[in-house]
Design a protein around this ligand. Structure first.
Ligand code: GDP
Length: 462
């Protein structure tokens, strides 16, 4: 259960900014003695006498020797991230100064924070629920507008507020059913069955919507996988480079799981796409049965969109039809995007006629950047991210997905039991099961293992 009084008796310290040399670093202290410990080595105003949310200039000294000139921001409990007394010391970011200051704070009574411990304290002190704490990690890791929006929405309460209200209503019903059990000999019904059914239905409709948002939420968080295939020299690299320049995105090459796959991350329309160029697929157009192609097909199955790029001078409609047929065995027809490249060498009308049997072929010139806007529009559409609603709640966390699925199952069983003649004991049990899984998401139900597994994924200082 959430605690309303600070649970920790010790004060923790850690660097809150990335390590290494820089202009400024922030060292964060939190705990009952945070202000007192900082004040012992801070020369300037008496920090213990300052009001919350104030910044003070001073020097930090060791045995009267100045270590650095700093700014100390004071947060008085409960008005801080952790709800404890906290100080954020902004110093010059030299690894020497940082180490020296942290050591000084430790000498004066603080201890090094464990990974995620600031956020863990925020959670244990009731500042954040568990899904919000997880959103802090997602927010810091987000690299695109869409993933940033999603994390921010979750941090601000997102779906957990909605779930909390429904959970409370279910708790009230569970209490009434328990009460019926106490009066079991008298055959009374305190819990209004039609109302209970209506509540379960409305909880399930929220839950199912969240469950179905997972695929997209997860894709937004981790990048939408797109396979780009086609024979050698059709212009795949040229197309990816053109997209990169258009979007002025940061490129990163991720080493694939196999040596023959290369991934390029490109931010298109605020969404991170992971373009997977599989060497194996290059063979597919010629030798469908080629060894190694299976690996490529696995990538296709995992992708949201499969782009097949071709040069009309080399590929006629019949061959293209065969390729589509083959690809359709591994992915849905809607996720295939046929793109004819090198439009500068041909005639759009004539090409359109040639491929008229095949729906939705795009004609571009990667080199001359012709029709690239059409291409990105179609890509966003096929990945189902063209009409993203910023207010829509999405889940992106496997832990939440599993808890929601288990809640849904328990509620299915509850509804089923309500249609049976036997008594309330099983019903009470199933409702409790649903409440348990629902509570796992917000952290109303948690245990040390779960908290460990969540917070150790944070960095120290978060
Ligand atoms: P990849 O093997 O599929 O990655 O193909 P590349 O991107 O390396 O391109 C192969 C060749 O086709 C290069 O010489 C490119 O300049 C050329 N190329 C790419 N796109 C176009 C295009 O739109 N028009 C023309 N004429 N040439 C292109």
């Amino acid at each position: 259960m959430l605690q309303t009084t600070p649970f920790a008796e010790d004060t923790i310290v850690a660097l809150a900014t990335p390590s290494g040399t820089g202009a400024i670093a922030v060292i964060r202290l939190s705990g009952p003695d945070a202000i007192k410990i900082c004040n012992k080595v801070f020369f300037g105003k008496n920090l213990e006498k300052q009001t919350s949310h104030t910044v003070h200039f001073g020097t930090i000294r060791e045995n009267d020797v100045i270590v650095d000139e700093v700014l100390a921001t004071v947060f008085v409990a409960p008005h801080s991230y952790t709800r404890e007394n906290s100080v954020e010391v902004s110093c010059h970011a030299s690894p020497y100064i940082i180490q020296k200051l942290i050591n000084l704070f430790i000498k004066n009574g603080a201890r090094t924070a464990k990974p995620g411990e600031f956020t863990l304290r925020a959670f244990l002190n009731g500042q954040l629920d568990l899904s919000q704490a997880e959103a802090v990690a997602d927010l810091i890791a987000s690299r695109t507008e869409a993933s940033h929006n999603m994390a921010l929405r979750q941090l601000r309460g997102g779906f957990s507020n909605e779930l909390k209200v429904l959970r409370q209503q279910l708790i009230d019903f569970a209490a009434l059913i328990e009460l019926e059990l106490d009066f079991s000999e008298e055959d009374v019904e305190f819990a209004n069955r039609p109302q209970l059914k209506a509540l379960i239905n409305s909880i399930q409709s929220v839950i199912r919507k969240l469950i179905s948002s997972f695929d997209l939420g997860n894709a937004i968080k981790n990048g939408i996988p797109v396979v780009i295939s086609g024979k050698p020299n059709v212009g795949k690299s040229t197309l990816l480079n053109a997209l990169l320049n258009e979007e002025r995105a940061i490129v990163s090459e991720i080493a694939g799981t196999t040596r023959d796959t290369i991934e390029d991350e490109i931010n298109i329309g605020g969404i991170n796409f992971r373009f997977i160029d599989t060497a194996g697929i290059r063979e597919t157009s010629d030798k469908i049965e080629a060894i190694g192609v299976e690996k490529a097909y696995e990538k296709i199955r995992q992708s949201a969109v499969v782009i097949y790029l071709f040069d009309p001078e080399e590929t006629d409609a019949k061959e293209l039809g065969e390729i589509v047929l083959e690809l359709s065995k591994h992915t849905s027809a809607e996720s295939i995007l046929l793109v004819a490249n090198k439009l500068d060498k041909g005639n759009e009308q004539e090409w359109k006629k040639r491929y008229k049997e095949l729906n939705g072929v795009l004609f571009i010139s990667a080199r001359d950047k012709v029709h690239l806007d059409q291409f990105t529009e179609t890509l966003l559409h096929k990945a189902h991210v063209d009409q993203l609603n910023n207010d829509e709640t999405m889940i992106s966390n496997v832990r939440h997905l599993e808890a929601l699925q288990k809640t849904n199952e328990a509620l299915d069983d509850t509804l089923h039991l309500m249609d049976q003649p036997f008594g309330g004991e099983l019903l009470a049990f199933e409702i409790k099961r649903a409440l348990h899984h629902l509570g796992e998401i917000t952290g109303d139900i948690s245990n040390e293992d779960l908290l460990d597994s969540i917070f150790t994924r944070f960095c120290i200082g978060k």
